[in-house]
Design a protein around this ligand. Structure first.
Ligand code: FE2
Length: 253
């Protein structure tokens, strides 16, 4: 069994409860689909923890922004990225420690294919950036082109939108909650694009941390409550992290 985590967004409280829950299951490996950092108050701690526990981590748009530039980010997200960069360069730590964090970020891959499964942060067309949203079921050209991009794979796992669920090739999207958080591939033949949701900033109206257990046949989305108030308090103590970033955690939006 593998555990899939994504979009932690420097939320150590959410990541910690998810890792505890993973320990209570027979998980062999953890794969991380990116956006370990950005928005949240604990980027260093989250990178260190993910580095220790994951088999691989993919590059998300927030890693790309902190490494290169955040020009296409909105002002609040850009400010959070600039603050995150400062934290990773902090002179309160050994230079060596900082270099280790930057090396980890610099080595992240954009896609991993294993057996007949493709893993990317965002979309098989644009692995770090493109949003594949529930409303895209009304855009057949977009979804057809995205499904064509993983012709050689049966399943593509993504994060990025923070909205967990399944896209099918016949242009349907099922929210994980309408599936009661379980999806069996055998009983639904055909290619699937599966969004695993977000550990540290869910946006589907459920404020609990989200991640996925996958045994090769069934996907289970796990929803784990965490100490949201603690994360909100930390965000509010940092001037460069907008209050909205705290509020949205509570709202799950
Ligand atoms: Fe994200």
């Amino acid at each position: 069994m593998i555990a899939l985590i994504s979009d932690i967004h420097a939320n150590i409280e959410a990541l910690s409860v998810v890792l505890e829950d993973i320990q209570n299951h027979k998980v062999d490996k953890i794969y991380c689909l990116g956006d370990v950092i950005g928005y949240g108050p604990n980027p260093r701690e989250c990178i260190e923890l993910v580095q220790q526990c994951s088999e691989f981590t993919l590059c998300g748009n927030h890693e790309e922004a902190v490494l290169f530039n955040a020009q296409d980010f909105n002002p609040k997200a850009r400010r959070a990225i600039d603050w995150t960069r400062e934290q990773l360069n902090s002179d309160s730590y050994d230079k060596e420690k900082n270099y280790q964090l930057w090396d980890f970020l610099g080595d992240l891959r954009k896609r991993v294919r294993e057996d007949s499964i493709l893993y990317v942060h965002a979309s098989p067309r644009q692995p770090t950036r493109e949003y594949v949203l529930p409303k895209d079921v009304k855009d057949p050209a977009k979804l057809d082109s995205i499904f064509k991009e993983f012709e050689d794979s049966e399943i593509c796992f993504v994060g990025h939108t923070h909205i967990p669920g399944v896209f099918t090739k016949d242009l349907q999207f099922f929210y994980s909650k309408t599936l009661e958080n379980r999806y069996e591939f055998k009983s639904h033949p055909g290619k699937k694009l599966v969004n695993i949701g977000s550990v540290g900033q869910p946006r589907d109206g459920d404020n609990r941390a989200c991640y996925v257990l996958f045994d090769g046949e069934t996907v289970e989305w796990r929803r784990i409550p965490y100490d949201i108030q603690a994360t909100m308090t930390k965000i509010r103590a940092v001037e460069d992290l907008a209050d909205y970033l705290a509020v949205r955690l509570e709202e799950g939006r």
